[in-house]
Design a protein around this ligand. Structure first.
Ligand code: UD1
Ligand code: UDP
Length: 373
């Protein structure tokens, strides 16, 4: 019997790996162990709870305001005893985080086959997003099997001379998770205090603008510009309600609370658990974000997205016109938001429901591929 070790550490990895964890745990033809690095803590635990995942190993590495040097080193060292104990045939890592890259290196040292989920996305600029583009490219070099979400990500890998038989287009598991999540949230016996609280706090007669942001390259001036834009949008449009679940990174939390506290139609809240977040996305008029995962989820919910970045490794929805890259220029963010608020036809053209990132069957394609090896 083959042994799988699935490893993740941050909120988005946990969401996108959860469907794979559930599928492999239910499949008795494999032994499957779960390890979390806990690069994130509270934001990871929220996801584990929603998907009812109990890790077999928890490296518990998160430190306040951690840096990339010690994070990388601690994860590689922490993985050694786990890999020695489990002796996996396959180690699964996800995407572009420090956890993915460091676990990929450790897994390679152990001799296990490395399976890269969400492989092949590229901006081709190693500094943008930082350090994620580099992490993803490096993980691609380490990996034996590459689960590419789209044809474009497959093409990127083939251009880098990756062995084509080991590159599989699967769709993105983020859509599998979203479909599972929406169904769970909409079942009649699902009660969530966070959702109840949002129902009481928010005025849904207003246009809800949902905001998130955390990218390292936006820390400092970029984030200040975004906050200035949000303040101006709130003041110009009293009929809108901005809600901003603020990422726990102190480089984000501190300036956002300093600049945006006390504005009547801006609500700053702690990161929402996945259930409340996807519920709120469905209720939103517009999403302003630099998040990778949200760029993928929003088209499946028919929500327009303004992305506060200059480039994206997820160009599919930009090409189809439901996502616009607005960068961190205050004036541009205000102008694009105003256009969507004022021009209904334009708004409707950007609210198209489409699924460029997956059909909800990525997990079964990955499991079937591994079974046939
Ligand atoms: C990380 C990933 C990024 C991913 C993002 C998702 C890297 C280099 N960055 O960025 O690719 O898009 O997660 O959110 O891998 N913190 C807490 N509690 C938490 C989570 C974070 O307090 O549950 C605070 C801590 O002070 C921590 C800091 O945030 O040190 C930064 O966390 P880190 O994972 O290093 O960076 P992110 O900006 O979250
Ligand atoms: N998300 C969440 N609560 C929040 C904000 C986001 O559960 O308050 C979810 C969101 O639905 C998406 C994922 O977290 O699936 C995105 O994570 P993040 O933006 O932190 O990372 P990225 O996708 O940019 O790597």
């Amino acid at each position: 019997m083959k042994t799988n070790l699935i490893v993740f550490g941050t909120r988005p990895e946990a969401i996108k790996m959860a469907p794979l964890v559930l599928a492999f745990k239910n499949d008795k033809s494999f032994i499957t162990k779960i390890c979390v690095t806990a690069q994130h803590r509270e934001m990871l635990d929220q996801v584990l709870e929603f998907f009812e995942i109990k890790p077999d190993f928890d490296l518990n590495v998160m430190k306040p305001n951690q840096n990339l040097y010690s994070l990388t080193a601690t994860i590689i060292e922490g993985m050694k005893p786990v890999l020695e104990e489990v002796q996996p045939d396959y180690v699964y890592v996800h995407g572009d985080t420090t956890t993915s890259m460091a676990v990929g290196i450790a897994a390679f040292y152990s001799g296990a086959k490395v399976c890269h989920v969400e492989a092949g996305l590229r901006t081709f600029d190693r500094k943008y997003p930082f350090p994620e583009e580099f992490n993803r490219q490096l993980t691609g070099k380490i990996a034996d099997y590459h689960f590419a979400p789209t044809i474009l990500s497959q093409k990127n890998l083939l251009q880098e001379n990756t062995n084509s038989t080991n590159v599989i287009v699967t769709g993105n598991t983020v859509i599998d998770a979203l479909l599972f999540g929406i169904e769970k949230v909409n079942t009649s016996n699902f009660k969530d205090p966070e959702i109840e609280n949002l129902k009481e706090t928010l005025d849904f007669q207003k246009k809800i603008i949902l905001v998130t942001g955390h990218r390292r390259e936006n820390h400092g001036q970029g984030l200040l510009n975004i906050c200035s834009a949000l303040k101006a949008i709130a003041e110009k449009n009293p009929e809108t309600q901005i809600i901003y679940p603020v990422h726990l990174n102190p480089n984000v939390e501190k300036p956002v609370y300093e600049l945006l506290t006390g504005i009547s139609n801006i609500l700053l809240v702690k990161p929402l658990a996945y259930a409340a977040f996807i519920w709120l996305m469905e209720k939103s008029f517009l999403i302003i974000t630099d998040s990778g995962g949200i760029q993928e989820e929003a088209p499946s919910l028919g929500k327009p997205v303004l992305v506060t970045r200059d480039t994206t490794e997820r160009p599919e929805a930009v090409e189809e016109g439901t996502v616009i890259l607005v960068g961190t220029d205050t004036k541009r963010i205000i102008e694009e938001t105003q256009k969507l608020i004022i021009d209904k036809t334009y708004y409707n053209s950007m609210s198209m429901l489409h699924n460029p990132y997956g059909d909800g069957k990525a997990t079964s394609r990955i499991v079937n591929f591994i079974k046939e090896l």
